[in-house]
Design a protein around this ligand. Structure first.
Ligand SMILES: Cc1ncc(C[n+]2csc(CCOP(=O)(O)OP(=O)(O)O)c2C)c(N)n1
Ligand SMILES: [Mg+2]
Length: 355
């Protein structure tokens, strides 16, 4: 006897194509104000991101992980969440704290090497951006399990990169979430690269989304540079999760236009043609065309947003530079908990600052 015991498949969705043309059958109904807010944040994020690159080059912040090119997936996903949902970002999603009210100057303190940037109000329900690859995935799964045990009506949005899917943590988190039906949405931003390691040697699987099937739940691939698709399907997945239907995996196909971090030179491993291909698929440009067509944006408003966001960025940099941290922080945060100040560190601190 022979019979098929498992059938599975993965869909790919694009609603807004690279020229800003919309698939009307799939187009989500989103209020004009929300659409405008998406655009505003993408523009501000890009300006802030480019400014941060310049700040690093001139020694005013330390290492920075740029997000240019990934604004569609980041803003789209974050705007699809509700205040009660928990968010687990990575270093590349640092702008997203601003969507829950953290000022840009404060986010930048972290990039400036200051502990104060990490002092986040727990009410925000946002975890500090994970730097060790993949660690946020099981934390997110655990948070989902807690929500479930407490009977709360909330979901968890966990970010990750294509490279993170090679870590054991990815598989631990998915298996745990599948078995315990946690209310988690795993959003993998597949930007084709994990520093200089291309996606094709990360996994032999055709898609990352299909990995969810092995853990007993569904995966979907979306065009990550299409904010409408990201917003629509992340929102649906979060709603499913909140209503007790378990986890979901979304693989968003995107691209980072800049280097991995300011410590990287991408010219050494990727071609100019590849970058040009993605430049044509910019998430902001296509969305702008969509807004023009819907009469939600015109030249005058576009210019106003450009000027306003530029001004905000300049002001926030000023505030960041005016902030004076406690120099003792260098010692205080070397270790955590009861080990925070070891005997040696305490002695060194006294030597520097006196009693
Ligand atoms: C556990 C661990 N291993 C290695 C690194 C070094 N590292 C930093 S970023 C990165 C690549 C991650 O790629 P991906 O998950 O695709 O995210 P992306 O940077 O493309 O957003 C690596 C290997 C790290 N930070 N943590
Ligand atoms: Mg990557």
């Amino acid at each position: 006897m022979k019979k098929r015991v498992f059938e599975g498949g993965v869909d790919y969705v694009q609603i807004l194509d690279k020229d800003g043309k919309v698939d009307e059958e799939l187009e989500p109904k989103i209020a004009g104000d929300t659409l405008k807010k998406m655009y505003y944040h993408m523009v501000l994020q890009r300006k802030w991101d480019r400014k941060n690159m310049a700040l690093q080059r001139t020694g005013r912040i330390f290492t920075y992980a740029p997000c240019e090119g990934q604004e569609g997936v980041q803003i789209g996903a974050m705007m699809a969440t509700e205040a009660q949902d928990w968010i687990f970002p990575t270093y590349r999603e640092s702008y997203l704290y601003h969507l829950r009210g953290v000022p840009l100057w404060k986010i930048n303190l972290t990039w400036r090497g200051m502990e104060d940037g990490l002092k986040l109000d727990p009410k925000l329900r946002m975890w500090p951006a994970a730097i060790p690859i993949g660690t946020q995935l099981p934390y997110g799964a655990g948070a989902g399990y807690t929500i479930k045990m407490r009977g709360e009506k909330a979901a968890v949005l966990v970010f990750g990169g294509d490279g993170a899917t090679s870590e054991g943590e990815f598989h631990d988190a998915l298996n745990f979430s599948g078995v315990f039906e946690t209310p988690c949405v795993f959003l993998i931003s597949n930007n084709g690269w994990a520093i200089s390691t291309p996606r094709k040697i990360q996994t032999k699987a055709e898609t990352i989304a299909q990995k969810a099937l092995a853990y007993g739940f569904q995966g979907l691939q979306v065009d990550g540079n299409d904010i409408l698709a990201v917003y629509k399907y992340v929102k649906e997945a979060l709603e499913r999760a909140r209503s007790g239907k378990g986890p979901f995996l979304i693989e968003a196909i995107t691209y980072r236009m800049g280097p991995h971090t300011t410590a990287d030179d991408p010219k050494r491993y990727r071609s100019e043609e590849e970058v040009a291909y993605w430049r044509e698929r910019d998430p902001i440009e296509r969305f702008k065309k969509y807004l023009y067509r819907k009469n939600l944006l015109n030249e005058e408003e576009e210019k106003k947003i450009e000027e306003e966001t530029q001004k905000i960025v300049e002001e926030e940099v000023k505030k960041m530079e005016e902030f004076k941290p406690d120099p003792k922080d260098i010692f205080k945060y070397q270790y955590g908990g009861k080990f925070a100040l070891t005997k040696n560190l305490e002695e060194q601190m006294k030597e520097c600052f006196g009693e």
